[in-house]
Ligand binder design. Structure first.
Ligand code: GLC
Length: 748
């Protein structure tokens, strides 16, 4: 071996040894860096120019991309050929992806494969209910399977990275992005987040049907002041630790390979330049070994945030904070080489970022097969299959929440001979997709009208009138709709939001039904026919007016491709609704933020003694919500009895008997809540600590058993350390967060 080759080998060998020694090589998780990984990474690093290194840290749209932010697309081929691109996003189809990847691995100097990212948020081509809808199923296995199907479809089409799961805790339904998450509870949110990461990434990132997941938006994006998107986040560090950070940590524990920074600041420092967040917490405290990508242009936005003088300053701050990849902003590619020369950053910072990105690409098998078996054959065989659609239909039904059902109007019986399907959302294909519909096609969607028509026997007449629009004040359609309702045995009234009224950049100050829908609903309801309102929406709605008039309300969110079929299965009783709200429905926007796990305060308002003045209450509204967290009705009923609490060694055992006291089989989501009566700091009145989804035949009873450890009851203290406190605890069990049985126990 000649001397120069020997010296290079020795250098690379010591670089690897240093990495191994410095603990970069971890022993567990999908990112454990093996010796051969290190060899490959250090070997590449040695050859890479600065431009090529910074190129790996750059993510771009290409001219074929779907636009999801404030930017234009341009042809990326020359940049790819020059080795200046680490990933492309929002480009799909086998041909487009293979062409760009071919340029990267055949025409660039070092032939490093690209990542191909896209927002696969609730399905890829087979679109599932929006995440807030799927969360209402409380079906962790079902949610995981839905993401697995999404991953299989997306990877067949060339995508290998999804910008999901969105795990931002949200207590403010004015914020349109609540549609993308799992709602207001940290404990449930952590379990749903982990299920979604498992679904996307599978058991092995190298599996060509696995998608690299990206937990977002780190952090606390859902706490934007006034529910206004991109707005300031300002909260105590204790609240951040107790409520908002755990869902991201749950993704790290589930092995998520990437994390996306959020647009917002937290207490004065934007996430994208927040070293405490991205390095101290994410890497040093939680041990995250994947890479950090920014949200769209987020480095550039450090300038309007007012923490960076210019783009170079912004790039410096982001790199110092721990950002590895720049989404679309070109901040890194235009600034890092220059500020490196000015010694404002170090080559080690750049190398470490590139190491993390290359390690994930190795773990994904991109160097073994850059195309990850995305072929037209897979595309034809694995996308939009019958089985995928059948499962999507099941998830639609499971995601529905029955909010009201006076006189058991539902399910619709076969005695009904004529059905009026009325309303602005009754036959809207596009709105069934909700927002972030990836490559979902509106023409694929089964509307409510189509689902009802497809479900009934030939002798049942189903007629349709739109009646009004979603968001304007046109009443010209009222008369025909009222006439049809008057002439029908049963009325299905489809109301709610258009798909684009929730999602990104879609905050609303008025979250009642938009437009003239309340007036329209009253015109239909006063006819007095058996009527069910079917709600289509991406957020909790303050529908006090509607709720006081409608005898039955079924919350269906935006159900995706199979919306109409899954809803019809519920309306006609093929599926007994079991969904439960994971986000509180307020009576009015003035109550917001309103959520179930509140504190008692020193002057609690006692509903029973409503004349008390000097208590925590409103003069013009009850404190209670319209529909509480965990709420959802069934076509049957469930009775809870024999609640027993005991301690067995270190385990707290909770047992309860649940009986199907109604007249048909069904599923119930039995919920377990806990309250620490006296703490070193104030404690929430209830905190979800367990649930079981149980199927019971008519009259059947089962004893459910829950086991908790003291760690399950631990909470963060002002010193940001988590620990359990002995004392008196209340345990609650029930079918929602309000109607529960309770028992006290003293825990040492
Ligand atoms: C958007 C969203 C983010 C998404 C990204 C890429 O601005 O904030 O959730 O993943 O851009 O489309």
């Amino acid at each position: 071996m000649n001397s120069s080759l020997l010296s290079r080998f020795v250098t690379v060998f010591f670089a690897i040894a240093l990495c191994e020694f410095s603990g970069l090589a971890q022993k567990s998780g999908p990112h454990n860096k093996t010796f051969s990984d290190s060899l490959k990474i250090e070997g590449l690093l040695k050859k890479m120019t600065i431009d090529e290194k910074v190129g790996q840290m750059s993510l771009f749209l290409s001219e074929e991309s779907i636009i999801t932010g404030p930017s234009q697309t341009k042809d990326s081929r020359d940049l790819i050929r020059a080795g200046k691109v680490g990933g492309i996003f929002n480009v799909h189809t086998v041909d487009n992806v293979r062409e760009l990847q071919r340029i990267a691995v055949e025409e660039s100097r070092l032939k490093i494969p690209l990542l191909f990212g896209l927002d696969v948020i609730h399905g890829y081509r087979t679109i599932f209910p929006i995440p807030l809808g799927q969360a209402s199923s409380w079906d962790l296995e079902g949610i995981e399977k839905a993401e697995r199907i999404a991953a299989t479809e997306a990877t067949a089409d060339g995508i290998d990275w999804t910008f999901a799961p969105m795990v931002d805790l949200a207590r403010d339904p004015r914020w349109g992005r609540v549609s993308e998450g799992a709602g207001e509870d940290t404990w449930l949110g952590c379990r749903i987040a982990a299920a979604r990461v498992r679904g996307f990434q599978g058991r092995d990132l190298k599996d060509p049907r696995s998608l690299l997941a990206c937990a977002k938006h780190f952090a606390a994006y859902g706490a934007a002041l006034a529910g206004r998107d991109y707005n300031t986040v300002d909260m105590s560090t204790l609240s951040l630790y107790e409520w908002y950070l755990p869902t991201y940590d749950a993704c790290v524990h589930a092995g998520v390979g990437s994390i996306m920074t959020s647009f917002n600041e937290i207490n004065g420092t934007p996430s994208t330049s927040n070293k405490w967040l991205l390095t101290d917490i994410l890497r040093k405290s939680w041990g995250f070994k994947g890479f950090v990508v920014t949200d769209f242009n987020a480095i550039n936005e450090l300038v309007p945030h007012g923490v960076a003088e210019d783009l170079k300053d912004a790039a410096r701050l982001a790199l110092n904070a721990g950002v590895d990849m720049d989404m679309q902003g070109s901040a890194y590619i235009t600034s890092l080489p220059e500020i490196l020369n000015q010694k404002k950053i170090t080559i080690k910072q750049i190398d470490d970022a590139v190491r993390r990105i290359l390690l994930v690409k190795i773990k994904m098998g991109l160097f073994d097969d850059p195309y990850r078996q995305c072929t037209h054959e897979r595309e034809k065989k694995e996308i939009f299959t019958h089985d995928n659609l059948a499962f999507a239909r099941k998830m639609v039904s499971e995601s529905c929440v029955l909010l009201k059902n006076e006189k058991n109007i539902l399910p619709i019986t076969q005695t009904v001979k004529s059905i009026a399907v009325i309303g602005p959302l009754a036959d809207s294909k596009q709105d069934m997709l909700g927002n972030w519909d990836a490559t979902g096609r509106s023409e694929d969607c089964i509307t409510l009208l189509a689902g009802v028509r497809g479900h009934v026997a030939d002798n049942i007449v189903v007629e349709y009138k739109k009646g009004c629009n979603v968001s304007d004040n046109d009443t010209s359609g009222f008369r025909a709709a009222v006439k049809l309702a008057s002439e029908s045995d049963f009325v299905i009234l489809a109301l709610g939001e258009e798909g684009e009224l929730s999602g990104e950049a879609s905050s609303r100050t008025n979250i009642d039904l938009p437009g003239i829908q309340n007036e329209f609903a009253r015109a239909i309801l006063k006819i007095g026919k058996p009527t069910v309102v079917v709600l289509f929406n991406g957020r909790p709605l303050a529908i006090s007016n509607l709720s006081s008039h409608a005898p039955a309300i079924l919350e269906t969110w935006f159900g995706g491709t199979q919306a109409g079929n899954g809803i019809a299965d519920v309306l006609f009783g093929d599926y007994n609704p079991s969904g439960k709200l994971t986000m509180t429905f307020p009576r009015n926007v003035g109550q917001i933020p309103i959520f179930y796990n509140t504190k008692n305060t020193g002057r609690p308002f006692n509903q029973a003694d409503s004349n008390e003045k000097y208590v925590s209450r409103y003069l013009d509204s009850p404190n209670t919500p319209l529909y509480p967290f965990g709420f959802g009705l069934s076509y049957t009923s469930f009775a809870y009895s024999n609640l027993i609490i005991g301690v067995l060694g270190k385990t707290i055992k909770v047992e309860v008997t649940i009986t199907n006291s109604g007249n048909r089989e069904g599923e119930e989501i039995a919920q377990l809540y806990v309250h620490q009566k006296v703490g070193s700091i104030t404690r929430p009145l209830k905190e979800l600590k367990g649930f079981q989804k149980v199927f019971l035949k008519k009259g059947e009873a089962k004893t459910l058993s829950f086991s908790l450890s003291k760690d399950d009851l631990a909470f963060f203290h002002p010193d940001l350390k988590k620990s359990f406190e002995p004392g008196e605890y209340l345990f609650f069990v029930g079918g929602n967060s309000v109607d529960t049985m309770q028992k006290a126990i003293s825990l040492k």
